[in-house]
Design a protein around this ligand. Structure first.
Ligand SMILES: Cc1cc2nc3c(=O)[nH]c(=O)nc-3n(C[C@H](O)[C@H](O)[C@H](O)COP(=O)(O)O)c2cc1C
Length: 361
């Protein structure tokens, strides 16, 4: 198997031209009301034209008050539909499969930005939140949040996207429900990992109920995040739980796929551990620190069905096309501003990338 081979999504028979995925990347280019700017559409479509089998948007918020930062993409209202439709239409003119990443900040949605006290599975706080605490969501609020995720997915479908990726990683709201530290509820939404995954499961079921059967649902999770109380054993169990549902892809966000599991010098990689659990009917995406053709091949050999990349796709929009060369070694950051301009990053995005260590000269 190679990254350049095509792959079919078994549930609906849709084919991806290769096994590459541009992972979700926040780029701060959206307008204040969450609508897409032309710059944001341009940057993403450029990557789709570059040959990514699957292209994911930036994390897009399902409610107006769950925002984590300025310039964030939104999918909470119909005023966002024209921009979403424009983006989906242009992505669909390429060979890519288009996904919108759906999320809510939960304890990472500052009051200073949203004007309301943040909410979460339990009363939590987070660095950078001015020492303020979240409010535990009521049953009614949880059900209304499931509805917000559902309406957002419907909006993406209406706009013409192939599907959505539910952002269950990186300590945002879904992840806060999954973690035993951030979810200390004693009702049906808390408890063991099965119960803590109830929120995510209800979101999946609800989206599946109202969207066309061909609409793709991917789920992104973090295998380990100690600060929310999510550990490998639970995540492997979670993978089992999710793969029994009607999802189309499971995405593990590893940050560095080559790193051994913390506390172990050797032992199987995260990708290998998940690939043993995830059935072949559900493609496994693994992402983190892949740059070269050899990296991609290593990850496939570890059991990933699809290679996710983020940073290399910023600097090298045609990355998937180069993978036919087994010795391809793209230039690594820091990139010059001129280079980033040439690959369709706007000044706003370039400014944001200066916050990523050693990315911009
Ligand atoms: C600029 C930037 C923005 C990111 N934004 C998101 C995001 O919105 N949602 C998400 O799930 N991950 C986000 N990530 C994480 C990436 O999807 C990816 O998992 C991570 O960068 C590791 O992959 P890489 O080594 O190929 O860059 C972001 C990464 C970068 C570099």
């Amino acid at each position: 198997m190679k990254a350049t081979d095509s792959i079919v999504f078994p549930r609906i028979g849709l084919k991806s031209i290769n096994r590459t995925l541009l992972a979700a990347m926040t780029n701060k280019q959206s307008n204040l009301d969450g609508t897409l700017s032309d710059e944001e559409i341009k940057w993403l479509v450029r990557r789709a034209k570059g040959g990514f089998g699957i292209t994911t948007t930036a994390a897009a918020n399902v409610t107006e008050t769950g925002r984590g930062w300025d310039g964030e993409m939104g999918v909470w209202g119909d005023h966002q539909l024209p921009g979403l439709t424009k983006m989906a239409t242009q992505l669909n003119q390429t060979d890519t499969i288009s996904l919108v990443q759906l999320f809510h900040g939960g304890m990472r949605a500052p009051e200073s930005l949203n004007g309301v006290q943040p909410i979460s599975a339990s009363k939590n706080t987070e660095a950078g939140m001015d020492g303020k605490y979240t409010r535990e969501m009521s049953d009614e609020e949880i059900n209304s949040m499931i509805e917000s995720f559902t309406q957002a997915a419907l909006r993406c479908e209406k706009a013409g996207f192939h599907g959505v990726e539910l952002h269950g990683a990186h300590s945002y709201l879904i992840c806060q429900f999954l973690g035993s530290i951030t979810n200390r509820r004693e009702d049906d939404w808390g408890g063991d990992i099965y119960s803590r995954s109830r929120f995510l499961r209800k979101v999946i079921e609800s989206i599946r109920r109202v969207t066309n059967p061909n609409f793709l649902i991917a789920v992104r999770i973090s295998p380990i995040i100690e600060k929310v109380g999510l550990y490998l054993e639970d995540s492997l169990q979670l993978a089992n739980i999710l793969c029994d549902m009607q999802i189309d892809m499971l995405h593990i966000s590893c940050w560095d796929v080559f790193q051994p599991v913390e506390g172990e010098e050797t032992g199987p990689s995260l990708t290998k551990r998940f690939s043993k659990i995830v059935p072949k009917t559900i493609p496994l995406i693994s992402t983190g620190a892949v740059w070269t053709s050899q990296d991609a091949q290593w990850l496939i050999d570890e059991g990933a069905d699809i290679i996710g990349v983020a940073r290399v796709g910023i600097g090298h929009p045609d990355w998937p096309q180069h993978l036919s060369d087994p010795d391809y070694q793209p230039e690594k950051p820091p990139f010059t501003v001129k280079h980033l301009e040439n690959v369709d990053l706007s000044p706003v995005f370039i400014e944001y990338m200066k916050r990523w260590k050693n990315f911009v000269v």
